[in-house]
Write a protein that binds this ligand. Structure first.
Ligand SMILES: C[S@@+](CC[C@H](N)C(=O)[O-])C[C@H]1O[C@@H](n2cnc3c(N)ncnc32)[C@H](O)[C@@H]1O
Length: 203
């Protein structure tokens, strides 16, 4: 495991205790969007990344879910929320950039504020493309770098500080999804052009 990954795991282990506090308002505001997006999942589904499990309540009963996170502390919190999932759910400690699942082992991948946090986003997205089968479905709820010039520049300036304790706020996730070989089929603005839903296929 690289030093960069080890540092990132330590950062998210430290963040686990306060994540719910910061995220509670977001979930009240964005919960309905996540519920609708996750409702489109089919079959064997990979959820990246579990965090403290705040997303489990949006998982529909008709799917079977493997939720991963590389932070053991996040997973210890998530374990307490497993009962909130209507779907059968297992938790696995794994780095999305080094997945050990076989090729084409999932029908759907769900992400939720994930690719603002994964250190090497394109490497992680390429792994997701590898483990998806058939046309595959990548359903993402993500916050990204806004295209509005002043706001985008502000995020670039703030990012070096923010990333020390949390996610990156200037990720170009649509570009990263395409760079990993996916075909982007939907990009929907939930809040300005900063919080978005993406849908993509293996292409
Ligand atoms: C901002 S939190 C979001 C958690 C949760 N999805 C939510 O919305 O409440 C980002 C999560 O991504 C996880 N993460 C970051 N990089 C990862 C990687 N390479 N592999 C697996 N999990 C990762 C962190 O441990 C953290 O739990």
């Amino acid at each position: 495991m690289s030093n960069r990954t080890q540092d990132a795991i330590r950062k998210w282990n430290r963040a686990a205790k306060s994540l719910d506090l910061g995220n509670r308002g977001e979930h009240l505001r964005y919960g309905p969007f996540k519920r609708e997006l996750f409702g489109k999942a089919e079959g064997r589904t990979l959820l990246v990344a579990a965090g403290t499990g705040l997303d489990f309540k949006y998982l529909p009963a008709h799917i079977e879910v493997t939720a991963i996170d590389f932070s053991p502390v996040m997973l210890s919190y998530a374990e307490r929320r497993m009962g909130e999932s209507a779907a059968p759910l297992e938790l696995v400690q794994a780095d999305v950039t080094e997945l050990e699942f076989e090729d084409e082992s999932f029908d759907t991948v769900l992400t939720s504020c994930t690719f603002c946090s994964v250190p090497d986003a394109v490497k992680g997205l390429k792994q997701l493309r590898r483990v998806l089968r058939g046309p595959g479905r990548l359903l993402m709820f993500e916050h990204v770098r806004p295209r509005l010039p002043y706001l985008g520049l502000m995020m670039d300036l703030m990012n070096p500080l923010v990333r020390l304790i949390g996610p990156e706020i200037n990720r170009r996730t649509a570009d990263n999804v395409r760079a990993a070989g996916f075909r982007l089929t939907r990009e929907y603005n939930v809040f300005l052009d900063m919080v978005k839903l993406f849908e993509a296929e293996k292409g």
